[in-house]
Design a binder for this molecule. Structure first.
Ligand code: HMG
Ligand code: MG
Length: 311
């Protein structure tokens, strides 16, 4: 059996895509098992070694809120210089101080498009979350750091239901305008569908944002992540968040399951003739290795297919 798809390149898609790997952060934050810090460090190193250009390493959030990532400082210590180029999540100035002490160069703040999730995830209202991020982003930028902003619940919210596109664009723009270099649009609970993706990207572009300033962050709860990615490729988006093996979720959004699996994304991009720079088999091997530590198989179809191939 072939280990790579036949390349057929349709017109009108980007020639190159950046994969923003979130497995060590979004993936591991939602695992029941506490993964030892040296295993996390090896995970990050292996992902970088597989050619992933950006690997989000961990979060400097309150350790009581996300105990799985309470070892953030220790992990950054183990990663050394390589870790300083890995983005880390920071919700507030306290988190920024902790990240700055360790020499982080890239942070990400994360807001919600809905009132309920802002309360549940950040213990803040919609406006209060922006007030919390404002000095955080300003100080990070003054210190020369790159800042990414996430906006969650862009396609639906488990408590509020559908989320109007205009509301997502309004919150997303406010977040981006704090001084971010990129805005990642999160389908936190994986309910989005391809037409919705087109409508949301069009609305952001209509509000003055460039497709090069946007990234897509799909969770695969309803199996729509690849279809949604194809829709976003057609709209010209060139940065996609994904997690090795499809790990992931959000501890404060019960219905959130794994992210789009990096391997599934790489398989599709390869078949479409879109450059990504990632060694697929190395990511698969890493996910199989990590699944051994987590005690459960990867949900990724591509990992299952290629792991079987290897046996
Ligand atoms: P709070 O309880 O309101 O905090 O939580 P506070 O500001 O009132 O402070 C209370 C105490 O916590 C203080 O200590 C602070 O110093 C301390 P005290 O004075 O009482 O001794 N504290 C901290 N300690 C360590 N690190 C910090 C920190 N901040 C305050 N950073 C807070 C507010 C934002 C801290 C909390 O709600 C929190 O940590 N939330 C994080 C939740 C989280 O990480 N969720 C998962 C990530 S989001 C996600 O996965 C979605 C995404 O993938 C995109 C998508 O899928 O849509 C990004
Ligand atoms: Mg997420």
């Amino acid at each position: 059996m072939s280990e790579l798809p036949t390349v057929v390149r349709p017109d009108g898609l980007p020639t190159h895509v950046t994969i923003y790997e979130v497995g060590p952060r979004d993936g591991l934050q939602n695992e029941q098992a506490l993964v030892p810090t040296d295993v996390k460090a090896e995970f990050v190193r292996r992902l970088l070694g597989a050619g992933l250009p950006i690997v989000e390493a961990t979060s400097f959030v309150h350790p009581r809120w996300v105990p799985q990532l309470a070892d953030a400082a220790e992990l950054m210590g183990l990663l050394g210089e390589a870790g300083r180029d890995c983005p880390v999540l920071v919700p507030n100035e306290r988190g920024l101080d902790r990240a700055l002490e360790l020499g982080a160069r890239h942070i990400a703040v994360f807001g919600s498009a809905t009132e309920t999730f802002a309360q549940r995830n950040l213990n803040r209202s919609l406006d209060e979350q922006l007030a919390m991020f404002e000095p955080t982003v300003r100080r990070a930028r003054d210190a020369g750091l790159d800042v990414r902003a996430y906006v969650s619940m862009c396609f639906g919210d488990p408590w509020e239901g559908g989320v109007p596109v205009d509301q997502v664009v309004e919150v997303g723009r406010r977040l981006f305008d704090l001084g971010a270099s990129q805005l990642s649009l999160g389908d936190t609970i994986g309910v989005g569908t391809p037409g919705h993706v087109t409508a949301l990207v069009d609305a952001f572009v209509g509000a003055g944002m460039g497709v090069d300033q946007l990234a897509m962050h799909f969770h695969d709860t309803y199996g729509q992540a690849l279809a949604n990615t194809y829709s976003a490729l057609q709209a010209g988006i060139t940065t996609y968040d994904a997690s090795a093996g499809g790990l992931g979720g959000c501890p404060y959004a019960k219905s959130a399951t794994g992210n789009l699996a990096t391997e599934d994304l790489v398989w599709m991009l390869t078949g479409l003739g879109i450059e990504h720079g990632v060694d697929l088999q190395q990511v698969v091997d890493t996910s199989v290795w990590m699944a051994g530590h987590l005690g459960r198989p990867s949900p990724s179809a591509v990992v299952r297919a290629l792991a079987q191939d290897a046996s």
